[in-house]
Ligand binder design. Structure first.
Ligand code: 8IG
Length: 273
Protein backbone atom coordinates (compact mmCIF):
# COMPACT_ATOMS: atom_id res chain seq x y z
CA UNK A 1 0.00 0.00 0.00
CA UNK A 2 1.47 3.36 -0.95
CA UNK A 3 1.91 6.08 1.62
CA UNK A 4 2.25 9.74 0.61
CA UNK A 5 5.03 10.17 3.19
CA UNK A 6 7.20 7.79 1.19
CA UNK A 7 7.54 10.35 -1.61
CA UNK A 8 10.77 12.18 -0.67
CA UNK A 9 9.49 15.35 -2.37
CA UNK A 10 6.35 15.43 -0.22
CA UNK A 11 6.13 17.87 2.71
CA UNK A 12 5.39 15.80 5.84
CA UNK A 13 3.79 18.81 7.55
CA UNK A 14 1.43 19.29 4.61
CA UNK A 15 0.40 15.62 4.85
CA UNK A 16 -0.08 16.05 8.61
CA UNK A 17 -2.41 19.00 7.92
CA UNK A 18 -4.37 16.86 5.45
CA UNK A 19 -4.60 14.07 8.03
CA UNK A 20 -5.83 16.53 10.67
CA UNK A 21 -8.44 17.80 8.21
CA UNK A 22 -9.73 14.24 7.64
CA UNK A 23 -9.86 13.63 11.40
CA UNK A 24 -11.80 16.89 11.90
CA UNK A 25 -14.29 15.93 9.16
CA UNK A 26 -14.80 12.34 10.25
CA UNK A 27 -14.99 13.06 13.99
CA UNK A 28 -16.89 16.32 13.72
CA UNK A 29 -14.41 17.82 16.20
CA UNK A 30 -12.62 20.82 14.71
CA UNK A 31 -9.86 21.07 17.31
CA UNK A 32 -8.34 18.56 19.72
CA UNK A 33 -6.47 19.50 22.90
CA UNK A 34 -4.55 16.41 24.04
CA UNK A 35 -3.15 13.45 22.13
CA UNK A 36 -2.09 10.09 23.51
CA UNK A 37 -0.01 7.35 21.97
CA UNK A 38 -0.72 4.22 23.96
CA UNK A 39 2.07 1.66 23.92
CA UNK A 40 2.18 -1.91 25.26
CA UNK A 41 0.15 -2.12 28.45
CA UNK A 42 -1.53 1.29 28.19
CA UNK A 43 -4.30 0.72 25.63
CA UNK A 44 -7.14 0.38 28.13
CA UNK A 45 -6.71 4.02 29.12
CA UNK A 46 -8.60 4.92 25.93
CA UNK A 47 -11.75 3.40 27.45
CA UNK A 48 -11.31 5.18 30.79
CA UNK A 49 -10.51 8.79 29.95
CA UNK A 50 -13.88 9.76 28.49
CA UNK A 51 -16.57 9.08 25.95
CA UNK A 52 -15.47 7.95 22.49
CA UNK A 53 -16.98 10.30 19.93
CA UNK A 54 -15.54 8.67 16.85
CA UNK A 55 -13.25 5.80 15.83
CA UNK A 56 -11.45 6.13 12.51
CA UNK A 57 -9.49 3.36 10.80
CA UNK A 58 -5.88 4.40 10.24
CA UNK A 59 -6.10 3.40 6.58
CA UNK A 60 -8.63 6.22 5.99
CA UNK A 61 -6.25 8.96 7.15
CA UNK A 62 -3.43 10.24 4.90
CA UNK A 63 0.01 9.01 5.97
CA UNK A 64 -1.17 6.42 8.50
CA UNK A 65 -0.82 2.68 8.05
CA UNK A 66 -2.10 -0.34 9.92
CA UNK A 67 0.25 -1.62 12.63
CA UNK A 68 2.30 -4.73 11.94
CA UNK A 69 2.70 -5.59 15.61
CA UNK A 70 0.40 -8.14 17.24
CA UNK A 71 -1.46 -6.48 20.10
CA UNK A 72 -1.19 -2.95 18.66
CA UNK A 73 -4.34 -1.21 17.44
CA UNK A 74 -4.79 0.63 14.14
CA UNK A 75 -7.46 3.20 14.84
CA UNK A 76 -7.52 6.88 15.72
CA UNK A 77 -10.11 7.70 18.38
CA UNK A 78 -11.59 11.06 19.28
CA UNK A 79 -12.61 11.14 22.93
CA UNK A 80 -14.60 13.75 24.85
CA UNK A 81 -13.12 14.17 28.32
CA UNK A 82 -15.27 15.02 31.37
CA UNK A 83 -13.53 18.43 31.40
CA UNK A 84 -14.97 19.18 27.95
CA UNK A 85 -11.55 18.87 26.30
CA UNK A 86 -11.08 16.65 23.27
CA UNK A 87 -8.43 13.93 23.19
CA UNK A 88 -7.06 12.04 20.22
CA UNK A 89 -5.85 8.51 20.84
CA UNK A 90 -3.33 7.60 18.18
CA UNK A 91 -3.53 3.83 17.98
CA UNK A 92 -1.48 3.30 14.86
CA UNK A 93 2.08 3.85 16.03
CA UNK A 94 4.77 3.10 13.46
CA UNK A 95 8.02 1.95 15.01
CA UNK A 96 11.41 2.91 13.63
CA UNK A 97 12.34 -0.78 13.46
CA UNK A 98 9.63 -1.34 10.86
CA UNK A 99 12.01 0.33 8.42
CA UNK A 100 9.60 2.84 6.84
CA UNK A 101 11.66 5.85 7.85
CA UNK A 102 11.33 8.51 10.53
CA UNK A 103 8.65 10.54 8.76
CA UNK A 104 6.17 7.73 9.27
CA UNK A 105 7.26 7.26 12.89
CA UNK A 106 6.39 10.85 13.83
CA UNK A 107 3.38 11.37 11.58
CA UNK A 108 0.92 10.81 14.44
CA UNK A 109 2.58 13.51 16.53
CA UNK A 110 2.63 15.98 13.62
CA UNK A 111 -0.99 15.21 12.83
CA UNK A 112 -1.91 15.81 16.46
CA UNK A 113 -0.16 19.20 16.37
CA UNK A 114 -1.99 20.07 13.14
CA UNK A 115 -5.25 19.06 14.85
CA UNK A 116 -4.68 21.73 17.49
CA UNK A 117 -3.17 19.54 20.20
CA UNK A 118 -0.95 21.26 22.80
CA UNK A 119 -0.19 18.30 25.10
CA UNK A 120 1.32 15.07 23.81
CA UNK A 121 1.29 11.99 26.02
CA UNK A 122 3.69 9.29 24.86
CA UNK A 123 3.57 5.89 26.56
CA UNK A 124 5.43 2.66 25.97
CA UNK A 125 6.36 -0.72 27.31
CA UNK A 126 10.04 -0.95 28.09
CA UNK A 127 12.79 -2.78 29.90
CA UNK A 128 13.82 -1.51 33.31
CA UNK A 129 17.42 -1.23 34.48
CA UNK A 130 16.63 -0.54 38.17
CA UNK A 131 16.16 -3.85 40.00
CA UNK A 132 13.67 -2.22 42.35
CA UNK A 133 11.20 -1.94 39.45
CA UNK A 134 9.15 -5.12 39.56
CA UNK A 135 7.57 -6.06 36.21
CA UNK A 136 4.52 -3.84 35.82
CA UNK A 137 6.01 -0.68 37.34
CA UNK A 138 5.03 2.60 35.62
CA UNK A 139 7.87 5.14 35.35
CA UNK A 140 7.79 8.82 34.36
CA UNK A 141 10.27 9.66 31.62
CA UNK A 142 12.47 12.52 32.83
CA UNK A 143 14.73 12.71 29.76
CA UNK A 144 15.89 10.51 26.93
CA UNK A 145 18.93 9.26 25.06
CA UNK A 146 18.15 8.89 21.38
CA UNK A 147 20.29 5.90 20.39
CA UNK A 148 18.77 5.46 16.92
CA UNK A 149 21.22 7.76 15.12
CA UNK A 150 18.14 9.23 13.43
CA UNK A 151 16.20 12.47 13.83
CA UNK A 152 12.73 13.43 12.68
CA UNK A 153 13.99 16.92 11.95
CA UNK A 154 15.21 17.55 8.43
CA UNK A 155 17.55 20.37 7.49
CA UNK A 156 19.41 22.95 9.56
CA UNK A 157 16.79 23.31 12.27
CA UNK A 158 18.47 23.26 15.68
CA UNK A 159 15.63 22.49 18.07
CA UNK A 160 16.31 22.84 21.80
CA UNK A 161 15.51 19.69 23.81
CA UNK A 162 16.14 21.02 27.32
CA UNK A 163 13.19 20.03 29.55
CA UNK A 164 11.71 18.02 26.67
CA UNK A 165 9.62 16.03 29.17
CA UNK A 166 7.82 18.87 30.91
CA UNK A 167 8.44 19.19 34.64
CA UNK A 168 4.96 20.71 34.94
CA UNK A 169 3.31 17.57 33.57
CA UNK A 170 5.48 15.24 35.65
CA UNK A 171 4.48 17.20 38.75
CA UNK A 172 0.81 16.78 37.85
CA UNK A 173 1.35 13.02 37.41
CA UNK A 174 2.90 12.82 40.86
CA UNK A 175 -0.11 14.52 42.41
CA UNK A 176 -2.07 11.43 41.25
CA UNK A 177 0.54 8.92 42.46
CA UNK A 178 3.30 10.32 44.64
CA UNK A 179 5.18 7.00 44.45
CA UNK A 180 5.80 7.37 40.69
CA UNK A 181 9.52 7.02 40.03
CA UNK A 182 11.20 8.64 37.05
CA UNK A 183 14.10 7.80 34.78
CA UNK A 184 15.98 8.38 31.56
CA UNK A 185 14.61 6.46 28.59
CA UNK A 186 16.99 5.19 25.93
CA UNK A 187 15.56 4.42 22.51
CA UNK A 188 17.27 1.59 20.68
CA UNK A 189 16.41 0.81 17.10
CA UNK A 190 15.36 -2.79 17.84
CA UNK A 191 13.50 -4.97 16.98
CA UNK A 192 15.84 -7.29 18.84
CA UNK A 193 16.14 -6.71 22.56
CA UNK A 194 19.54 -5.60 23.87
CA UNK A 195 22.40 -7.86 24.77
CA UNK A 196 23.34 -7.76 28.47
CA UNK A 197 26.49 -5.82 27.44
CA UNK A 198 24.36 -3.20 25.68
CA UNK A 199 22.20 -2.86 28.77
CA UNK A 200 25.35 -2.27 30.85
CA UNK A 201 26.40 0.35 28.30
CA UNK A 202 22.98 2.01 28.54
CA UNK A 203 23.27 2.05 32.32
CA UNK A 204 26.77 3.56 32.19
CA UNK A 205 25.46 6.24 29.82
CA UNK A 206 22.79 7.23 32.31
CA UNK A 207 19.73 5.33 31.11
CA UNK A 208 17.21 3.69 33.42
CA UNK A 209 14.69 2.38 30.88
CA UNK A 210 15.33 0.87 27.44
CA UNK A 211 12.81 0.71 24.63
CA UNK A 212 12.15 1.03 20.92
CA UNK A 213 9.93 4.10 20.60
CA UNK A 214 9.11 7.52 22.08
CA UNK A 215 12.39 9.50 21.76
CA UNK A 216 11.95 10.27 18.05
CA UNK A 217 8.29 11.10 18.64
CA UNK A 218 9.15 13.38 21.56
CA UNK A 219 11.66 15.28 19.41
CA UNK A 220 9.01 15.83 16.73
CA UNK A 221 6.54 16.91 19.39
CA UNK A 222 8.97 19.54 20.66
CA UNK A 223 9.65 20.73 17.12
CA UNK A 224 5.89 21.27 16.75
CA UNK A 225 5.73 23.16 20.06
CA UNK A 226 3.90 20.51 22.08
CA UNK A 227 4.34 19.91 25.79
CA UNK A 228 5.33 16.27 26.34
CA UNK A 229 4.47 13.78 29.08
CA UNK A 230 6.29 10.43 28.77
CA UNK A 231 5.39 7.28 30.67
CA UNK A 232 7.02 3.88 30.43
CA UNK A 233 5.66 0.64 31.75
CA UNK A 234 8.63 -1.39 32.88
CA UNK A 235 7.27 -4.76 31.78
CA UNK A 236 10.54 -6.61 32.21
CA UNK A 237 13.96 -6.11 33.66
CA UNK A 238 16.31 -5.37 30.74
CA UNK A 239 18.47 -8.20 29.41
CA UNK A 240 21.04 -9.44 31.91
CA UNK A 241 19.62 -7.37 34.79
CA UNK A 242 17.66 -10.47 35.75
CA UNK A 243 18.82 -14.01 34.96
CA UNK A 244 15.86 -14.93 32.77
CA UNK A 245 15.87 -14.41 28.97
CA UNK A 246 13.30 -12.02 27.43
CA UNK A 247 10.28 -13.32 25.59
CA UNK A 248 7.81 -11.11 23.71
CA UNK A 249 5.00 -13.32 25.01
CA UNK A 250 6.00 -12.78 28.66
CA UNK A 251 6.44 -9.07 28.02
CA UNK A 252 2.89 -8.92 26.63
CA UNK A 253 1.57 -10.89 29.60
CA UNK A 254 3.22 -8.53 32.09
CA UNK A 255 1.67 -5.64 30.16
CA UNK A 256 -1.78 -7.26 30.27
CA UNK A 257 -1.47 -7.86 34.01
CA UNK A 258 -0.52 -4.24 34.70
CA UNK A 259 -2.92 -2.74 32.16
CA UNK A 260 -5.99 -2.06 34.35
CA UNK A 261 -3.87 -0.46 37.08
CA UNK A 262 -1.70 1.76 34.90
CA UNK A 263 -4.55 2.66 32.55
CA UNK A 264 -6.52 3.93 35.54
CA UNK A 265 -3.43 5.87 36.64
CA UNK A 266 -3.11 7.47 33.21
CA UNK A 267 -6.83 8.31 33.08
CA UNK A 268 -6.53 10.03 36.45
CA UNK A 269 -3.54 12.03 35.18
CA UNK A 270 -5.39 13.05 32.00
CA UNK A 271 -8.33 14.24 34.12
CA UNK A 272 -5.98 16.76 35.78
CA UNK A 273 -4.54 18.23 32.58
I1 8IG B 1 8.00 -4.20 26.50
O1 8IG B 1 13.84 -4.79 27.41
C1 8IG B 1 9.93 -3.92 26.10
N1 8IG B 1 10.32 -3.18 25.07
N2 8IG B 1 14.68 -2.20 23.72
N3 8IG B 1 14.25 -3.52 25.58
C2 8IG B 1 13.81 -2.78 24.52
N4 8IG B 1 12.52 -2.61 24.27
C3 8IG B 1 11.65 -3.20 25.11
C4 8IG B 1 12.04 -3.97 26.21
C5 8IG B 1 13.42 -4.13 26.46
N5 8IG B 1 10.93 -4.41 26.81
Amino acid sequence: MSNPLDDPKADPFQIARQAAQVIAEKSGIAQHDIALTLGSGWAKAADLIGETVSTIDASEIPGFTRSEVVGHVSTIRSILLPSGKHALVLGARTHYYEGHGVRRVVHGVRTAAAAGVKTMILTNGAGGIKTSWLPGTPVLISDHINFTSASPIEGANFVDLTDLYAVRLRDIARTVDSSLDEGVYMQFRGPHYETPAEVQMAKAMGAHIVGMSTALEAIAARQSGLEVLGLSLSTNLAAGISDSPLSHKEVLEAGKEAEPRISALLAAIVAKL
